[in-house]
Design a protein around this ligand. Structure first.
Ligand code: MN
Length: 132
């Protein structure tokens, strides 16, 4: 099923790559190059999934996630963190902040697609299956 996915990423080359891949999956893609714009689009469009870069100027992805979680319009949207800072404990820290999932950069195209599919399936709107 066609979903709406918002990508928030300040590096244009990465943004274009992610958009290209998600376009090829048949989904509708919205893009923002900073957190402020991303938050505005998230509130207006209520996407099915958000891909959030962590390292961004002014407001980073962790701060932006807190604002998404504090707003009833966006609190239920799954958010995948994208980050190139891969250190021991990073994954756990990001999940503890409230991210649904974590994808390290540079991405592996096939696992990127699989991760997005899995999160979309798990967090389908109106899905009352509590088994998994
Ligand atoms: Mn960045």
């Amino acid at each position: 099923m066609k979903k709406t996915i918002l990508i928030i990423e300040d590096y244009d080359k990465s943004l274009r790559l992610f958009k290209l891949i998600i376009d090829s999956m048949g989904h509708r893609v919205l893009t923002a190059m900073d957190s402020e714009e991303g938050l505005r689009i998230a509130r207006e469009e209520r996407p099915d999934l958000i891909l959030m870069d962590i390292q961004m100027p002014r407001m980073d992805g962790i701060e932006a996630l807190k604002l998404l979680k504090a707003d009833t319009r966006t609190e239920a949207i799954p958010v995948i963190a994208l980050t190139s800072y891969v250190m021991k404990g990073d994954r756990e820290r990001l999940l503890a902040e409230g991210f649904t999932h974590y994808i390290p950069k540079p991405i592996d195209k096939n696992s990127f697609i699989e991760d997005i599919k899995r999160v979309l399936e798990k967090y389908q709107r109106g899905n009352n299956d509590k088994s998994g």
